[in-house]
Design a protein around this ligand. Structure first.
Ligand SMILES: *Cc1c(COP(=O)(O)O)cnc(C)c1O
Length: 379
């Protein structure tokens, strides 16, 4: 990726690595005595695998979860000693690739288990793997009956070095959803069939469902990056991604004039409008656009919230700064689009999406800064 200097970028994305480490420690503490791993798939939820993985390792994390084998390869070069689990399982015919980079596939079928065991026999060594059972999300993993038929194949089982038994929750962010207890019970049953193997069920929200869910290893993702794992309560995590757009121009708009494509927003009073250098190309969702009236979407500037007005366009967005003192907004002034004041959960809600999608879609046109000290990223 080309490095874009701050002064030549329309917007600056600062990743607060100190907050990331604090979040990991906070989750490790909450999950203890279970070990705390980290989901770093999707380029660490869009925040940059290299700095994120190094920071998590420094904080004490040793177990990492990626989605794709090639994400595992990249991570292996960064962290030679880490346990790296590939959540998408074993890609057909690719066992050698996993072995080469010491990647642990989370096996999702009897077929994958046979392939991994068979490869280990040729390779001359039982290679580590996780077994992923599906306890009710009906996405990836062995259904309970398939899990039993795998256990009934001694030749396959003898060829495997199973280092983790895992499953994934469908509704962990809704603590009272009945599926949580059903999945916990199904997972308990699976564990009884492989009692000596460490177990892992909880994602970020699962950690906050309590003791019955944390087992031996937890796999938080979004909470590490500042998303709220307890949506019904205050966010216990600290913001990690700070996105600031720089003001390119401030203009006066008369009552009755409109702003932006489609003339979707009309000034109800003489207004001052600031145009920021961040648009949908930069991952600012177009669904943050406002219509006739001010929508709910806001940015934070000069100590207060300012509404986004008109449509988000490819390279820019407009905000209403009429209520700010004139000297508070000038060419180059930065407004917080995401960060401590405008949280990723809040912005995602305005845009009709979730924090995960918001983070993973952040574009590549920012000046990206990685701060090691909390004060560097304070807005
Ligand atoms: C992405 C993922 C996680 C992390 O989930 P968060 O909700 O981001 O904490 C954990 N386990 C599996 C299987 C995943 O796919």
């Amino acid at each position: 990726m080309t490095l874009i200097p701050q002064d030549l970028a329309g917007a600056v994305l600062t990743i607060d690595l100190m907050a990331l480490k604090d979040n990991w420690r906070r989750l490790a503490n909450e999950a203890g005595p279970a070990r705390c791993g980290a989901a770093v798939k999707g380029n660490a939820y869009g925040l940059g695998i290299a700095p994120v993985a190094r920071a998590l390792w420094e904080a004490g994390c040793r177990d990492f979860f990626v989605a794709r084998p090639m994400e595992g390869e990249e991570l292996r070069h960064l962290l030679p000693e880490a346990a790296i689990f590939v959540l998408d399982g074993l890609f057909a015919g690719q066992a050698e690739f996993y072995a080469k980079f010491n990647l642990t596939p989370a096996l999702i079928s009897v077929e994958e288990a046979r392939e991994w065991a068979g490869f280990g026999r040729v390779y001359g060594r039982k290679l580590p793997c996780a077994i992923h059972v599906d306890t009710g999300i009906n996405r990836l993993g062995l259904a309970m009956a398939e899990f039993q038929s795998l256990l009934d194949e001694p030749f396959t089982m003898e060829g495997l070095n199973v280092t983790l038994l895992m499953s994934h929750l469908a509704c962990a962010d809704a603590p009272s959803h009945p599926l949580n207890a059903r999945q916990r019970e199904a997972f308990a049953e699976a564990r009884q069939r492989l009692p000596s193997v460490p177990a892992s069920l909880a994602n970020s929200s699962g950690i906050f469902l309590g003791d019955g869910f944390t087992h031996d290893l937890v796999r938080p993702g979004i909470a590490l990056y500042g998303g709220n794992p307890t949506p019904a309560a205050a966010n216990p995590m600290t913001a990690v991604a700070h996105l600031e757009g720089a003001v390119m121009q401030v203009r006066q708009v008369k009552t009755g004039e409109t702003v932006g494509y489609g003339a979707t927003w009309e000034a109800k009073r003489a207004s001052r409008i600031a145009v920021l250098g961040a648009g949908y190309k930069d991952g600012v969702p177009r669904h943050l656009s406002s219509r006739q009236d001010n929508g709910p979407a806001q940015v934070f500037l000069g100590g207060r919230r300012c509404p986004i007005v008109g449509r988000i366009s490819m390279d820019m967005m407009a905000i209403d700064v009429t209520d700010l003192p004139p000297q508070a907004v000038a060419r180059g002034t930065r407004a917080e689009i995401l960060g401590r004041h405008v949280t990723i959960d809040e912005a995602a809600l305005w845009a009709g999406t979730i924090s995960y999608e918001l983070l993973t879609r952040l574009g590549s046109r920012y000046a990206r800064l990685y701060s090691e000290h909390e004060s560097d990223a304070s807005a």
